[in-house]
Design a protein around this ligand. Structure first.
Ligand SMILES: [Zn+2]
Ligand SMILES: [Zn+2]
Length: 123
């Protein structure tokens, strides 16, 4: 018998367009899995309390995960401010990449590009 499904919506912003979106995440074992993403009005999200939801640990994308509703990126970056943005705005410089947080405007350097934007494969 399956237990109650532990799922919630966390807030993210598209780093290409600066528009907000919600990510539905579901707990599977110890991990959180991203299952859905949808555009959302920032004020509505605040009213619903989505911006207060946080999660730590890995968040793999489910096969069904549609990617950022604004630019299609299925990766994400979590800034030091703990807010999440899609990886669409990541600037790839070959051996490293950087990214400007759409929430706080901080520039962060990403050492390993592959760690946040793994695409397909794996089986
Ligand atoms: Zn995006
Ligand atoms: Zn930030």
């Amino acid at each position: 018998m399956a237990g109650p499904l532990n799922a919630k919506v966390i807030m993210a912003k598209c780093s290409s367009t600066n528009k907000a979106f919600g990510i539905r995440i579901e707990q599977r074992g110890r991990d959180w899995v991203r299952t859905w993403a949808f555009p959302i009005d920032e004020r509505k999200a605040k009213r619903e309390g989505f911006d207060a939801n946080t999660v730590s640990g890995s968040m793999d994308a489910d096969d069904e995960y549609p990617g950022c509703p604004h630019c299609g990126s299925d990766g994400f970056v979590q800034c030091g401010c703990e807010k999440i943005g899609c990886a669409g705005g990541v600037r790839d410089h070959g051996d490293h990449a950087d990214y400007t947080c759409p929430w706080c405007g901080e520039d962060i350097e990403l050492e390993d590009v592959s760690s946040f934007d793994v695409k397909g494969g794996g089986f």
